[in-house]
Design a protein around this ligand. Structure first.
Ligand SMILES: NC(=O)c1ccc[n+]([C@@H]2O[C@H](COP(=O)([O-])OP(=O)(O)OC[C@H]3O[C@@H](n4cnc5c(N)ncnc54)[C@H](O)[C@@H]3O)[C@@H](O)[C@H]2O)c1
Length: 251
């Protein structure tokens, strides 16, 4: 049907036109109009692309070069095309950018994934990475229990002070949701049964104590400043990209 209609148009065009100076001028003019129309459509498409980009929701994910954070970043970008991620990581011994090399390759050029190397304890790095974001998920932590026995101060700095720096910037940026990734280790030892959300928090290592500290600051920002905070207390995970130190306990 469409082809027939097109043939008919071409035939009509051939029959109507004779080669003269006048028709050449008309042809040039028609080509000019087509070019202008083409440029106009290109601008229009570019505008749609830009609008799409700016309507995207932006998430700041901290600690995305680590085990769980890297899975989260990949999952979000694959599943939700209208989300873009700023990933902030200090790249400690536990962080490895190769955990996300496929993500960088696939989503970096689409401007849906940006990596910022920095410390969550540094307000300038945090400000830069959080700019334009609606949501924050704080995976960044010193997370290996055994190391917390050797270097408790590092854990308090990152897990407590770093969480405070993020919360403070989130308050200034009017972040719509702040998710603090905590751990079931804050409950301490549960010898029988299970622990509900309102069970006592009795941390037993510098790691769990510093995670509890981060939680309490987050809770305080929710109550005091109305910052929309959610706290998760996941239990132990294992899988690809996990640092061997976290998989096996050495003490
Ligand atoms: N792995 C588990 O089984 C488990 C269970 C429950 C909760 N969690 C929590 O989940 C989160 C992620 O755990 P994981 O096992 O993926 O940890 P991980 O140690 O594999 O990754 C932590 C990431 O945070 C980064 N980081 C550390 N300090 C930083 C700082 N000061 N600034 C910026 N980045 C920093 C590291 O470079 C690394 O990429 C942690 O908050 C942890 O407490 C983990």
């Amino acid at each position: 049907m469409i082809l027939n209609h097109f043939d008919l148009d071409i035939t009509n065009f051939g029959a109507r036109e004779t080669i003269s100076k006048r028709s050449l001028a008309d042809l040039k003019c028609a080509m000019c109009n087509t070019l202008i129309e083409f440029i106009y459509k290109l601008t229009w498409l570019f505008e749609i692309f830009l609008k799409g980009y700016y309507q995207m929701k932006h998430i700041l994910v901290t600690g995305g070069a680590g085990f769980i954070g890297s899975h989260f970043v990949r999952y979000m970008l694959e599943k939700y095309p209208d989300y873009a991620i700023n990933m902030l990581d200090k790249l400690t011994y536990a962080g490895n950018l190769s955990n996300l090399s496929d993500v960088q390759e696939c989503y970096g050029p689409l401007e849906r994934y940006h990596f910022f190397q920095g410390d969550i304890c540094d307000p300038t790095s945090v400000k830069e990475a959080m700019q334009g974001c609606e949501y924050v998920l704080n995976f960044a932590a010193e997370s290996h229990v055994d190391r917390s026995l050797e270097h408790p101060g590092h854990f308090i700095m990152t897990d407590v002070y770093g969480t405070y720096v993020l919360l403070e910037q989130a308050r200034k940026e009017h972040i719509e949701r702040f998710v603090q990734i905590s751990t079931d280790e804050v409950y301490g030892e549960i010898l029988s049964g299970n622990a509900g959300e309102d069970a006592n928090v009795i941390p037993r290592s510098p790691y769990s104590a510093s995670k509890a500290g981060g939680e309490f600051i987050a809770q305080a920002y929710f109550v005091t400043y109305g910052l929309p905070v959610i706290i998760t207390r996941g239990s132990n995970n294992f899988g690809p990209f996990q640092h061997p130190r976290s998989l096996f306990r050495f003490s």
